[in-house]
Design a protein around this ligand. Structure first.
Ligand SMILES: [Zn+2]
Length: 330
């Protein structure tokens, strides 16, 4: 993949290409943005471009070096935290150890995916390494939430922000892949800026469960469904997630849905809502909810998301949030 194939991240791509052109590569980069917007893809493309044998400022995707990076066997490029979705101290030690491997006229690139999920020991070890980075080395930390990365590390990194993908961008990618236009239109809204989510929703079963959940959530917000009814629909939709991931995702989905209600009923804006397939229902049946109630729900979401950063019991926080919302709408 070349830089020009990365969709919807013009700012990040332009910045990285110009860093290569000017030969000014920051020793530590922090890629921040929600999941599924191209952070990892961009990091790999950047690693290829820095080591490519054919092109000076881009990846050719064909030379020996680009192919080795793609296959995860290039000696200069190390990826950790990809599968495990967290970084351990052993991962950091692996990076530090391998940085003494002689470079073949290239750039050493360490990609630390899910850096925001590192253990405390891993952060400490990382910090020592980042304080005195070796020459011709770039460390790329990838994170959804920069607040969970210690300030001591953040202050050493150049932040590169990745925006949620626009609905039009997702729709274009899906249509190019042969997805029929009506489905592509629906998913491009429902995925809310994440290509990863869009891919999940291509599965008809997932798409159907999501529809059932949003239907239940809307009824819950009108006080027509109980807490257990809501939770069981949610658990059916996200049985593969850990409690923490599930709670994070729940509050995001709740936020999107309440925001849709606000956009349609108060701001009279219909084009940019996430749950586009429920537009009619929201427009017809949600004028009964007051703006102040919606704002109280936003406050609850933001407080519970903050609590999630520090509290170990994610399931408890999710349930607490749901009961507090129930109080507001009762
Ligand atoms: Zn190449």
């Amino acid at each position: 993949m070349a830089f020009s194939d990365i969709k919807g991240q013009d700012f990040a791509v332009r910045y990285l290409q110009s860093a290569i052109r000017k030969k000014r590569i920051p020793p530590t980069l922090l890629f921040v943005g929600k999941s599924g917007v191209g952070k990892f893809l961009t990091a790999i493309t950047f690693a290829k471009a820095l080591n490519c044998k054919e092109k000076e400022f881009d990846s050719c995707d064909r030379c020996e070096s680009c192919v080795a990076i793609q296959n995860g066997v290039h000696p200069n490029v190390k990826v950790v935290g990809r599968k495990e979705k967290k970084i351990s101290i052993d991962d950091v030690r692996g990076i530090i150890g391998s940085s003494f491997v002689p470079l073949k006229n290239g750039f050493k690139v360490n990609i630390m995916d899910s850096a925001d999920k590192s253990t405390v020991q891993a952060f400490n070890s990382m910090l020592k390494y980042l304080e005195e980075p070796p020459e011709n080395t770039v460390n790329i930390l990838i994170a959804k939430n920069e607040d969970t990365i210690p300030e001591t590390i953040r202050s050493r990194a150049v932040k590169v922000k990745f925006n949620p993908l626009g609905a039009k961008t997702i729709q274009r990618i899906l249509t190019e892949r042969g997805v029929e236009s009506e489905k592509a239109y629906l998913i491009s809204h429902v995925a809310n800026g994440s290509m990863e989510e869009a891919e999940r929703l291509l599965n008809d079963e997932v798409l159907q469960s999501r529809k059932e959940f949003i239907g239940t959530l809307l009824m819950f917000l009108k006080n027509e469904k109980t807490v257990p009814e809501l939770v069981s629909k949610w658990d059916a939709l996200h049985s593969d997630l850990t409690d923490r991931e599930s709670a994070e995702r729940f509050f995001d989905t709740l936020y999107e849905t309440v925001n849709d209600i606000l956009l349609v009923t108060v701001l009279r804006e219909k084009e940019n809502i996430v749950n586009i397939d429920f537009l009619g229902e929201i427009a017809e049946r949600f004028f009964i909810i007051r703006k102040s109630a919606l704002e109280r729900i936003f406050d609850i979401i933001s407080a519970e998301k903050k609590a999630l950063l520090t509290n170990a019991n994610a399931r408890y926080i999710m349930m607490d949030g749901i009961f507090r919302v129930k109080e507001v709408i009762r």
